[in-house]
Design a protein. Structure first.
Length: 88
């Protein structure tokens, strides 16, 4: 829901609530947050979620990478987008 509305702030709050409830953050929850950032043009926050995923050892999949690349593209951060494509 946060993704479709582009409500990246709400996605961030929900992730914090999930973590504070000692529930597992997984690829799906992180991907939804990255997608919400992408829809809101928050490329920097999308990249922070990718780093958080990596440190949480969540699987970074094609959907997550695609949303992050799109977020970087919308923010005119082509260098970051290309870096992600190489990383995939």
């Amino acid at each position: 829901a946060c993704e479709k509305g582009g409500q990246w702030n709400q996605a961030l709050r929900l992730l914090a609530e999930i973590a504070s409830a000692n529930l597992e953050l997984n690829t799906i929850t992180y991907s939804a947050a990255v997608s919400a950032c992408e829809k809101s043009g928050q490329w920097d926050q999308a990249l922070k979620f990718l780093l958080e995923m990596a440190s949480a050892q969540a699987k970074l999949d094609t959907i997550t990478y695609s949303a992050a690349v799109s977020a970087c593209e919308k923010g005119d951060r082509w260098d970051q987008a290309l870096g992600l494509l190489v990383e995939m």
